[in-house]
Design a binder for this molecule. Structure first.
Ligand code: F6R
Length: 240
């Protein structure tokens, strides 16, 4: 795993945005795997800035998001579809028809998982996958467990994740209890992976991942199986 340690959150955001821009400049038709949450917000702001300065174009790009709450309306301001529209898609020249997020209103979440996995395959797979990491080592909504599901699937959120995400909702009771998420297998199929981590509260999970073992109780540790992962983190998120 390559490691880039940044002094500040802004530096981390710029470093990650630079990698996304390089990917798009090299291959304008790239399929980007995108994440939500607080960690990549600065990177999206930086990409919007770069787009305004003609340093990057999303005209031919496609995106697939990692996950979405279930059930949730796409117009709900806590949905990941809403997040992506407002934090990135509405401000750059990406074709919205080519931005994909799991359908939080699907009648049958199991069928939605299968459809989404087939969609990623049809797109030719993800060229560059952006990830954040949960305090418990989750990636996407693949929570620590003795067994992990490889493909896109519906899953129950852990109490810790519900509590961590409640900061975005009016109350903890409003946080959906389920989510659709790409599986560890879907994530590992990406050609390149960039994992971003900021803040001391991520240090334990980051260090566990960096031990180099494969442990389904730290889902991020499965990234040790992938040949091209870059960790971009702030210095307080790692024992440097
Ligand atoms: C979001 C996602 C999650 C987050 C993780 C960290 O699409 O898949 O795994 O990356 O929960 O969240 P933040 O960045 O809010 O600390």
């Amino acid at each position: 795993m390559k490691i880039i340690i940044c002094k500040t959150y802004d530096e981390m955001s710029s470093a990650a945005a630079k990698l996304v821009a390089e990917q798009l400049n090299e291959k304008p038709t790239s399929v980007l795997g995108l994440a939500t949450g607080s960690t990549p917000e600065g990177m999206y702001a930086e990409l919007i800035e770069m787009y305004r300065n003609n340093a990057v174009s999303f005209a031919q790009a496609t995106s697939v998001n990692l996950d979405e709450y279930y059930p949730i309306e796409p117009t709900n301001d806590q949905s990941y579809r809403y997040f992506m529209n407002t934090k990135l898609f509405d401000h750059v020249n990406i074709d919205k028809e080519k931005t994909f997020v799991p359908n939080g209103m699907a009648n049958d979440p199991d069928t939605e998982g299968i459809r989404y996995e087939a969609l990623i395959e049809r797109l030719g797979g993800v060229d560059l996958q952006i990830l954040g990491i949960g305090r418990n080592g989750h990636i996407g909504f693949n929570e620590p467990a003795d067994r992990l599901i490889p493909g896109t699937h519906v899953t129950a959120l852990t109490a810790g994740t519900i509590e961590a995400n409640s900061r975005f909702f009016a109350s903890e009771a409003d946080v959906p209890r389920m989510a659709l998420t790409m599986g560890i297998g879907s994530i590992l199929k990406a050609k390149k992976i960039v994992l971003m981590a900021a803040g001391a509260e991520k240090k334990e999970a980051v260090m566990r991942m960096l031990e180099g073992f494969i442990d389904t109780n730290c889902p991020a540790s499965l990234l040790n199986l992938h040949p091209d992962v870059t960790l971009i983190c702030t210095k307080d998120a790692i024992n440097a």
